[in-house]
Design a binder for this molecule. Structure first.
Ligand code: 13P
Length: 249
């Protein structure tokens, strides 16, 4: 059975005080849910966030990590460092990392390998740009991202993986993929995994949708059979909207 997941990606928002306020409120108002609830704060907030949420069903995850275990990589953070502050899952390949920090599929392949070697769970992001969709290349783009980034994993490594489909044109734009558009791509992703690894692995991997998920569109997205939850940006910054999205699943 695949898991339902609502994960908030805070990007470069919220300092320590703001994070602390958010978690105090979230803990108080957290609805009963079957879904796993995760938040990815900035590196500087990980330890404190982990400490205040550790007795509650809220998982603190990281937004990125380096592909080497250690070394002279100024400004970078390793899997071991994340684990030492209680983090057991990391977002890899977010489109903002690909776009603004030049992360390519080959580098993401190394990050996936590093995660697996460190028993670190991860949310692997894929997504096409609007011009890929307009030129009808969107399936090809997603297939390439999966092929190079993920498909060198051994079958047993899939237990660490969650996928997030985040069309770049829907991130932070207020424009969401229509539920049937998102479903079509989620189904394609699952089928592509099944073709390489078989049905059992494909049926058990959670595939989240991300891109302007809000309280008013979440329910329709979650009704789609291949959408197992959401990776939420903007709407995860406010406790009230984040809770409504949790309730929608
Ligand atoms: P928005 O929900 O703000 O569009 O961001 C989505 C996202 O990038 C989550 O990782």
């Amino acid at each position: 059975m695949r898991k339902k997941i609502i994960a908030g990606n805070w990007k470069m928002f919220k300092d320590l005080v703001e994070a602390n306020d958010f978690f105090k409120q979230l803990i108080e108002k957290l609805p009963d849910t079957e879904a796993e609830v995760m938040i990815a704060p900035s590196f500087t907030n990980l330890w404190h966030s982990f400490q205040i949420t550790r007795d509650y069903p809220i998982e603190i995850i990281a937004q990125n990590m380096h592909e080497e275990n250690l070394g002279a990589y100024t400004g970078e953070v390793s899997a071991e460092m994340l684990k030492s502050v209680g983090v057991q899952r990391v977002i890899l390949g977010h489109s903002e990392r690909r776009m603004f920090f030049g992360e390519c599929d080959e580098q993401l392949n190394l990050k996936v390998e590093c995660a697996v070697n460190n028993e670190m769970n991860f949310i692997f992001c894929v997504g096409e740009e609007m011009e890929d969709r307009n030129s009808n290349n969107h399936f090809k783009v997603i297939k390439r991202q999966l092929d190079i980034g993920l498909f060198e994993m051994y079958p047993e490594d899939w237990k660490h993986a969650v996928i997030a489909y985040e069309p770049v044109w829907a991130i932070g734009t207020g424009e969401t993929a229509r539920p049937e558009q998102a479903q079509e791509m989620h189904h394609f992703i699952r089928k592509t995994i099944a073709d390489v690894y078989g049905n059992e692995i494909a049926e058990n991997v959670s595939i989240l949708y991300g891109g302007s998920v809000k309280p008013d569109n979440a329910k329709q997205l979650f009704q789609q059979p291949d959408i197992d939850g959401a990776l939420v940006g903007g709407a995860s910054l406010k406790v009230s909207s984040f809770i409504k999205i949790i309730q929608a699943i």
